[in-house]
Design a protein. Structure first.
Length: 568
């Protein structure tokens, strides 16, 4: 039989139709995929907007948007050629002035920029160390420095030096080589856990300082949320007065940070605002006991109730780095206290600096967890490294066992009785300063204490005087106090050296207030208006910082300061 063949024209038509159908399906698939992607991003941003509105409210969201736009526009203005050159010149001038203060120069100043060809003798080294120790500095030894140096006495320093010398080569990364250091570190953690009423299952680590303790607490919370809940866009909620280390943790670990106001008159975190900000991405709540700026303890029980309200509960970290070995002994030293530790059910972690009021050498802190499972989230373990199985409990690998030994010696030397005694002296001196500001006729009309401090810090502000001028005037009298911002204020962190100098401190505050009041009276008589400002360091820096909507200039100044620290 003969075969019939389809006409060429028909075959071409069918092929074209088939190709057209394939093209239509492909286009349809592409359109569908594009629409799905658009819908996904629309849903994502709608959800973010809804969370923003829920957390900040309409008014707060509007204020945030206005602030962001204002900051951006001002940043653009600062980049204009004429403005940029002028600002840069002023920044360079300020940094040069700073360098002149911090970096010694001129005749008689020796600079060592390369290794000596031959090693120095011990006598030469000791002689140069003596010169370095005698460089002109603010006299912390005389009690003129707020915080910074948490001195436990000359005899304790000698004991710490002996412990340091005995374990100067020790490294906890090798516990079989240095079993004594491992034992001391575990005992330090156990002692501090007991101070904070930790349950039997609690655990902890030592760290190199409060910042590392806070970083590790945030990392643990992030890893816990990722492992247990699959959170890839983590957020934490902190008081605006919480230590800057939480903001550093957010920057380092990709955690969005929500700042919550701590309004007057209590200056504690506004708990309802915290509640509104909690969402499915929240990994951590934070409270301070006390905070660094004002020495105020946040309402930890209220934060605990929020943390426990969510199914499965949220981690709640309490920063006791500054409260350290003062706040656990308040009641036994005869002072009022509040709930803040593991006795509050929702508290899951606490940071406590042993190198502050524990009087250990700098480079010592602890991080405590309600249970050991929480601690494992901060561990780093690499099982397949060619150098062997690598495991470390925190950021550092090698750590100075000598500092652990010195810390252990400090805790054992002081004991509960020693810390109760120091708490009594330090908090008593803080009360004396606070009472003077509230009741002294020369101070009470011009200065006001911020909130109700319970621990070692008292902060004060003024409605009639420029507090930064007060800070500069106190600096001129040899004091090194802490200038604060938002709002402008000064704080004193009382230490044992300050206890001995507290009457002089109060007398000098009275004197500078009188001096600044006289300057204000002169300004008013001359028609220059009240609350003028001298051009001292604190007035200049914080005056600029507070007046600029965009902080890029302040960032430049701070960066210049950090650069200056490494100029030999």
């Amino acid at each position: 039989m003969g075969s019939s063949r389809m006409p060429v024209s028909l075959r071409n038509t069918l092929a074209a139709t088939k190709a057209s159908s394939k093209g239509n399906y492909l286009n349809l698939g592409t359109d569908l995929l594009r629409n799905l992607i658009f819908f996904f991003f629309l849903l994502r941003w709608t959800r973010k907007a809804a969370l923003q509105l829920r957390g900040r409210g309409l008014f707060g969201t509007t204020v945030d948007a206005y602030t962001s736009i204002r900051r951006t526009l001002y940043g653009i203005f600062l980049r204009f050629p004429g403005v940029r050159s002028k600002v840069q010149a002023q920044v360079n001038e300020a940094i040069a002035k700073l360098e002149g203060k911090l970096v010694p120069k001129g005749p008689g100043v020796s600079r060592y920029l390369t290794l000596p060809k031959e090693g120095w003798t011990e006598i030469q080294v000791r002689g140069e160390l003596e010169k370095l120790g005698e460089m002109v500095h603010t006299r912390w030894e005389d009690g003129l420095v707020s915080g910074a140096v948490y001195h436990g006495g000359d005899s304790l320093i000698k004991l710490q030096a002996e412990a340091f010398e005995k374990f100067s080569v020790a490294n906890p990364i090798h516990p079989d080589v240095f079993p004594g250091v491992r034992k001391m570190e575990a005992e330090i953690v156990a002692m501090v856990l007991a101070m904070f009423n930790a349950p039997a299952a609690a655990a902890g680590v030592t760290t190199g300082g409060g910042t590392e303790s806070i970083l590790m607490a945030c990392l643990s919370a992030r890893q816990k949320a990722y492992t247990e809940r699959g959170i890839t866009e983590p957020e934490m909620i902190i008081p605006e007065t919480a230590h800057a280390a939480f903001r550093k943790a957010g920057s380092y670990f990709g955690i969005k940070v929500h700042l919550v106001a701590c309004p007057a008159p209590s200056y504690t975190v506004h708990v309802p605002s915290v509640s509104r900000l909690i969402n499915s991405n929240t990994i951590l709540l934070v409270g301070s006991a006390p905070n660094f700026p004002h020495g105020i303890i946040d309402d930890i029980p209220a934060l605990s109730r929020l943390a426990l309200r969510k199914k499965g509960s949220l981690p709640l970290h309490v920063d006791c780095c500054l409260g350290s070995f003062i706040i656990p002994f308040l009641a036994r030293a005869g002072f009022p206290t509040v709930q803040y530790d593991f006795s509050v059910k929702g508290v899951t972690s606490i940071s406590c600096d042993t190198h502050k009021y524990g009087f250990a050498p700098k480079g010592n802190s602890t991080l405590l967890y309600r249970n050991s499972a929480l601690r494992t989230y901060q561990y780093f373990i690499s099982p397949d490294w060619s150098g062997g199985v690598y495991a470390s409990p925190s950021i550092a690998g090698s750590r100075p066992g000598a500092l652990i030994a010195s810390c252990w010696a400090s805790l054992m030397s002081q004991g509960e009785s020693g810390y109760i005694s120091s708490c009594h002296s330090i908090v008593g001196a803080r009360q004396k300063i606070e009472t003077a500001i509230r009741e002294n006729p020369s101070l009470r009309d011009d200065l006001s204490v911020m909130g109700k401090p319970l621990v070692s810090v008292v902060a004060f502000t003024s409605q009639t005087l420029n507090v930064y001028d007060l800070a500069d005037a106190m600096s001129a009298k040899g004091w090194h106090l802490n200038a604060l911002q938002s709002p402008p204020a000064i704080h004193v962190a009382v230490t044992l050296p300050i206890v001995a100098a507290v009457d002089r401190l109060i007398g000098d505050i009275v004197a500078v207030v009188e001096e600044e009041k006289e300057k204000e009276r002169v300004r008013i008589v001359e028609g220059k208006g009240a609350k003028g400002g001298a051009k001292g360091d604190a007035a200049a820096l914080y005056g600029v910082a507070g007046s600029l909507p965009n902080k890029s200039v302040v960032v430049q100044l701070a960066g210049g300061f950090l650069d200056t620290l490494y100029k030999a």
